[in-house]
Write a protein that binds this ligand. Structure first.
Ligand code: GTP
Ligand code: MG
Length: 310
C-alpha cells in the first residue's frame, strides 16, 4: 500500500488537503481529473498532472493483458435478484465493478428489485449475496423499511440485522444526489458496502432541468454523475444499481412508444440495461437491452409477498 506522501509532488500539506477532499487512496487520485485535484489541493496544473501520473504508475493503471482482464472478471461479485431466470439473462446477477440500470413504467417493479437487492447483498455468497452492506439513495421517497423486514423474514433472516446493514438517504436535488453518491464511497471504505442503489437516477434531473433549453446541460451533468458512479463501482468493487423511468416518444407510431429517460448518454454509459414491463397481476417481464457481451434475452419473474421470485 503506497501512501499519498510517496507520490511525486505531494508533501504533507498537499496530502492533508487531498485527504480532506476525499482523495485518500492512490487509486482515487489516479482516476481524478487535473481540474478536480487543482481545486481540492489548491495546486497548479503542472503539479496536478505530475501527481496524477505518479499515482497512475504507482497503481499500475494503464494497459494490462487480456488474460489479466479475464482473471479479474472471473472474480466479479454477483448479487442475485431473487429470480434465477432474471439472474440468468443478465449473466448471473447484478455485477460488481459496474453500473446496472433497470428502466420501466410506474409499478413495473424497479423499486421492489432495489429493495430485494439490499437484502440479498447481505447474504453469504453461497446464497447469492456478497456478505456486504447496502447504501440506498432515495429520490422519490419510496424506500420502505417494512418491505425490507418482510423480504428478510421470507429468507429466514433477522429483519433487525438486515435493516442495520442498509444506509438510507433521501436526495432532494441533483447536487445533493451527487454528493450522497460521493459520501457512499466513504461508507464503502469503512463499512464493507458492496451495493449502491439510486432509486431513481433520473427523476430529479428530469424535474430540475426541464424543457428543450436545459437538455444539453442535463445530459452533461448526468454523464458526469454516471462517470462518478463507475469510479465508485470499480474502486470499491461494488455493484451500482440505478432505476430509471420511461418517457413517451411522440415520434413513434409502431412498436414501443416509450424510451428510457436520459437517452443515449445513459444508454452507452451503463454496464447493463434491463427493460421491465408489467404483465398480468404480479407477473413482470425483464428484457436485457444493448449488452456488450450477452444476447438480448427476456425472462419473466413475479413480485410476491416474499419478494422477487421466479
Ligand atoms: P415507479 O417508482 O412508480 O416508477 O414504479 P416501480 O417500477 O418502482 O414499481 P415498484 O417496484 O414500486 O412496484 C410496485 C408493484 O410491486 C406494485 O404495483 C405491486 O404490484 C408490487 N408489490 C409491492 N409490494 C408488494 C407486496 O408486498 N406484495 C406483492 N405481492 N406485491 C407487491
Ligand atoms: Mg419506484
Amino acid at each position: 500500500m503506497v501512501e499519498l506522501e510517496e507520490l511525486e509532488g505531494v508533501g504533507p500539506a498537499i496530502a492533508e488537503k487531498l485527504r480532506s477532499a476525499g482523495y485518500d487512496s492512490i487509486e482515487s487520485i489516479a482516476v481524478a481529473t487535473a481540474g478536480d485535484l487543482m481545486e481540492a489541493a489548491e495546486i497548479g496544473l503542472r503539479v496536478a498532472m505530475k501527481v496524477i501520473n505518479s499515482a497512475r504508475e504507482a497503481s499500475k493503471m494503464g494497459y494490462e493483458k487480456a488474460l489479466e482482464v479475464l482473471e479479474r472478471r472471473k472474480h466479479l461479485g454477483r448479487i442475485t435478484t431473487g429470480s434465477q431466470l432474471l439472474d440468468k439473462i443478465i449473466g448471473g446477477g447484478i455485477e460488481t465493478q459496474g453500473v446496472t440500470e433497470f428502466f420501466g413504467e410506474f409499478g413495473s417493479g424497479k423499486s421492489q428489485i432495489a429493495h430485494q437487492l439490499c437484502v440479498n447483498v447481505q447474504l453469504p455468497p453461497e446464497q447469492g449475496g456478497l456478505s456486504g452492506k447496502a447504501v440506498y439513495i432515495d429520490t422519490e421517497n419510496t424506500f420502505r423499511p417494512e418491505r425490507i423486514s418482510q423480504m428478510a423474514m421470507a429468507l429466514g433472516e433477522d429483519p433487525q440485522k438486515i435493516l442495520d446493514g442498509i444506509y438510507v438517504a433521501r436526495a432532494h436535488t441533483t447536487d445533493h444526489q451527487m454528493l450522497l453518491a460521493e459520501k457512499a464511497a466513504e461508507i464503502a471504505k469503512n463499512d464493507g458496502v458492496r451495493l449502491l442503489v439510486i432509486d431513481s437516477l433520473t427523476a430529479l434531473f428530469r424535474t430540475e432541468y426541464c424543457g428543450r433549453g436545459a437538455l444539453a446541460e442535463r445530459q452533461q451533468k448526468l454523464g458526469r454523475h454516471i462517470a462518478e458512479l463507475h469510479k465508485l463501482a470499480e474502486l470499491n468493487d461494488m455493484a451500482v444499481f440505478v432505476t430509471n423511468q420511461v418517457q413517451a416518444r411522440p415520434d413513434v407510431f409502431f412498436g414501443d412508444p416509450t424510451k428510457p429517460v436520459g437517452g443515449h448518454v445513459l444508454g452507452h454509459a451503463v454496464t447493463a440495461r434491463v427493460y421491465l414491463r408489467k404483465g398480468k397481476a404480479n407477473m413482470r417481464t425483464a428484457q436485457l437491452v444493448d449488452h456488450p457481451g450477452l444476447p438480448p434475452e427476456s425472462a419473466t419473474f413475479q413480485i410476491t409477498e416474499a419478494g422477487i421470485r421466479d
